[in-house]
Design a protein around this ligand. Structure first.
Ligand code: KG4
Ligand code: ZN
Length: 378
């Protein structure tokens, strides 16, 4: 079965993975740089790039203990969007390996990787029931890769969740808050994105204001755990037009609130502050997802990106999907934040569709080659 080596170095995590065409993860290695960047209160691009060059080859060596070079069919590498110095380390390494090993190298859009991340699986037991229907009921006759040319049949006992089109995908991470409608793997429409900051950035910002470690999302979630929200709130609901997100307002509101109170008040109210902040952000995301679903009905809703590691967002999606009677899929915890498995999977799917391309690295935020900005008629 075809296997891809995936390389992801778009931000501060150095990641290498091996994934087969069914999305089964054979190796998932990562070296994060959280402690290093925590000192500076955010990611320092220069340091991130430098450290990728230290960590990447040892991770590839580890992957080659699982499979031999001969067993690798294709190399998938993130080539957009991201920090340019970071992307270049992965890109040049992938190209060098491709030339040396005589393997095709495919440039993958990081966002496409996040969209596919809910469909990755490993031998470990899937503890969370990922869709409305039991994954074990997936027909063994259904091809996982419908446009692949080669029909790849998934067997009920070893498969992850099935991709169902049309689907709505919400990608929420440190760099993105994007809503997509996908008619198929090649027909991707951007429905809305953030007008300013991303959801992850907003969570990281509050953590920084509270002097909690980086990345802030898990810290805010920890602080918020078990807090009962009072009727009167610190933050009001986020209000934007259409399918656009906005998180700069709540960030400023939190800063003003913290600056105008004493350290004692803050100590006393920190957990409540985090819980309310998290609640407003999750509600904003779910409101837009609901609106998108009303405008563009679909068979499946997926959420990917670091912020879907958040328990409140996961639970909100499940509750909402149950009410709407729509299939849902979220990544297993190890594939929420940046990883190379999602890049390998996107790479191998492109390879099987006959798409082999490796355009130069692009740090740009929005990539027209991956999705169309066109809004679909409702
Ligand atoms: O996808 P990711 O690893 O990197 C980007 O592509 O940006 O996402 C990182 C973001 C950070 O902002 C981090 O605070 C957030 O994901 N995050 C979380 C949680 N775990 C990570 N946010 C909320 N709750 C979490 N448990
Ligand atoms: Zn990401």
């Amino acid at each position: 079965m075809p296997i891809a080596l995936g390389i992801e170095t778009s931000c501060d995590d150095t990641c290498v993975s091996l994934v087969n065409e069914r999305g089964q993860v054979l190796f998932n290695g990562a070296q994060n740089q959280d402690l290093l960047h925590d000192r500076y209160g955010g990611i320092v691009p220069e340091l991130a790039g430098r450290n990728h060059s230290l960590y990447l080859l040892p991770l590839i060596e580890k992957a080659l203990k699982i499979v031999s070079v001969n067993q690798i069919d294709v190399i998938g590498v993130t080539n957009r969007p991201g920090l340019l110095g970071s992307l270049l380390v992965g890109y040049v390494t992938a190209q060098t390996l491709g030339m040396t090993w005589n393997k095709p190298v495919i440039g993958v859009n990081h966002i496409e990787g996040h969209i596919l991340s809910p469909f990755l699986w490993s031998k470990e037991k899937i503890t969370e029931k990922q869709t409305l229907s039991n994954p074990s009921k997936i027909s063994a006759e259904k091809p996982l890769i419908s446009q692949a040319g080669k029909r790849s049949v998934i067997s009920p006992e070893d498969s992850g969740t099935q991709i169902l089109y049309p689907l709505l995908a919400l990608i929420v991470s440190g760099g993105h808050s994007h809503l997509f409608y996908m008619k198929g793997e090649e027909e991707v429409f951007l429905l809305g994105c953030t007008l300013d900051d991303s959801a992850g950035e907003a969570l990281d910002k509050l953590a920084r204001l509270l002097e909690l470690p980086f990345p802030g999302g898990p810290q805010i979630e920890r602080q918020a755990r078990g807090v009962l929200l009072p009727e009167k709130r610190f933050f009001s609901r986020i209000n934007t037009k259409g399918l656009a997100f906005s998180f700069s307002g709540i960030k400023s509101a939190a800063r003003r609130l913290i600056e105008s109170h004493s350290p004692e008040w803050l100590k006393e109210n920190q957990e409540r502050l985090c819980a309310e902040y998290q609640q407003v952000i999750v509600s904003h995301l779910m409101e837009k997802l609901d609106l998108a679903f009303q405008l563009y009905p679909c068979r499946q809703v997926v959420i990917g990106g670091g912020v879907i590691a958040n328990g409140l967002l996961r639970d909100s999606l499940k509750k909402w999907a149950f009410e709407k009677k729509v299939e849902w899929a979220v990544p297993q915890p190890s594939y929420c934040t940046d990883n190379a498995a999602m890049i390998a999977f996107a790479g191998i799917r492109q390879f099987l569709r006959g798409k082999i391309h490796l355009s130069a690295c692009s740090p740009r935020h929005l990539e027209k080659d991956f999705f169309s900005r066109q809004i679909l008629p409702s």
